[in-house]
Ligand binder design. Structure first.
Ligand SMILES: Nc1ncnc2c1ncn2[C@@H]1O[C@H](COP(=O)(O)OP(=O)(O)OP(=O)(O)O)[C@@H](O)[C@H]1O
Length: 355
């Protein structure tokens, strides 16, 4: 399909692509490359100049717009909530519009708030009384209220800080594992695209499709210079997100307990809390008199949960002051340590094995 606006701007140039049902497909590209135009052609807020959009095999132009949009949730940046309605009524908007009883709609809205990770008490507040990340979750809950099979998400997380953003991304992946929606997700952040997309469509100016591939393939074999520059210089490192850590060597390190007496050592010692979770490092040569307190510790690096992809293991090693990445189990308990050398050895061994 193609979209040329009245002023002559070609926002989408002869784009043709199929999105798998029940998966997250991410559209990524620089500002102005036609991503929003594309989303809006799917729910008929904009009509294509030529070509067709099929949803479940039906041309959207043959569907009644109100019915069509009921089956397609739309989440946008800044959430776009109604400021004078409570959070609960915001979420219940569409079901009410379609004649559901107020009591039922509100009770379902309360369930949806919990589903997106918000306490239902927040339902009584107005949008301005929530943080940006909470508003974004309400936006997702509202889009899910009509239980649409298709969700359009247009830069839904770009207005929040990186930490909140990561939480929202994790939440979306968790929800998707449960709900199996067909999600079309727009972003200009390649890291977000790679994390969320089962397939990623890279667009360039004029809505040209530069590459449509699974994230790992995109990083391994960018189709051209544009995609190469877009996926960035760190793509070798990013690709480790898709590499398993089977067979990685790990080691052990001396541990001490916070609140107990620690012996001086010429080695780094890892401090654990009473539940065996890492709290930080005791630097070599530190003398401790009396029970070990948290303020005597050097902050640790990122933690690597065992069996997670290799990127986390390398990051843990590189970010630890001791150079020893801390490996934890699913409950956060200390398991062992991993070094950058261990990660590189594993990569080399695998390369040798396939050569
Ligand atoms: N109503 C309109 N009339 C004319 N041109 C438009 C209109 N809407 C968008 N455009 C132009 O079409 C192109 C694509 O816009 P679109 O909003 O789809 O891009 P985008 O990739 O979503 O951008 P961003 O990442 O900045 O949101 C841009 O050049 C834009 O200026």
């Amino acid at each position: 399909m193609r979209k040329q606006y009245d002023n002559g701007t070609v926002a989408v140039h002869e784009l043709s692509l199929v999105v798998e049902t029940g998966t997250i497909t991410v559209f990524v590209g620089p500002s102005g490359c036609g991503k929003t135009t594309l989303m809006r052609m799917v729910n008929r807020m904009i009509d294509p100049s030529s070509g067709t959009v099929l949803v479940n095999g039906t041309d959207v132009r043959e569907s009644d717009p109100a019915r069509l949009r009921r089956g397609i949730g739309y989440v946008i940046q800044q959430a776009g909530l109604f400021p004078h309605r409570t959070v609960l009524d915001n979420v219940a908007t569409v079901p009410l519009l379609f004649g559901q009883r107020r009591r039922e709609a509100r009770s379902r809205a309360g369930e949806l708030l919990e589903l997106v990770g918000l306490p239902s008490e927040l339902g009584k507040r107005y949008p301005a009384q929530l943080s940006g990340g909470q508003q974004q979750r309400v936006g997702v809950a509202r889009a899910l209220a009509a239980d649409p099979p298709v969700l359009l998400m247009d830069e839904p997380f770009s207005a929040v800080d990186p930490v909140v953003r990561e939480g929202l991304q994790d939440e979306l992946l968790r929800l998707q594992a449960e709900l199996d929606k067909t999600v079309l997700f727009v972003t200009h952040d390649i890291d977000e695209a790679i994390k969320l997309g089962e397939k990623v469509a890279v667009l360039r100016q004029g809505g040209h499709l530069a590459q449509y591939a699974e994230p790992d393939d995109l990083l391994a074999e960018p189709a051209d210079d544009f995609v190469t520059s877009f996926v960035g210089r760190d793509r070798g490192y990013r690709r480790l997100s898709f590499v398993d850590s089977d067979g990685i060597r790990t080691g052990q390190v001396d541990t001490v307990r916070v609140g107990e007496t620690a012996r001086p050592s010429v080695e780094w010692q890892l401090a654990l809390d009473a539940d065996g979770r890492p709290r930080g490092w005791l630097e070599p040569g530190t003398t401790v008199s009396g029970p070990l307190a948290e303020d005597q510790l050097v902050a640790g690096g990122s933690l690597y949960t065992e069996h997670a992809p290799l990127r986390g293991a390398l990051d843990a090693a590189l970010s630890a002051p001791s150079g020893l990445g801390v490996v934890v189990d699913a409950d956060g308990g200390y398991v062992g340590v991993v070094t950058a050398r261990h990660v590189l050895d594993l990569i080399e061994r695998r390369r040798d094995a396939t050569a």
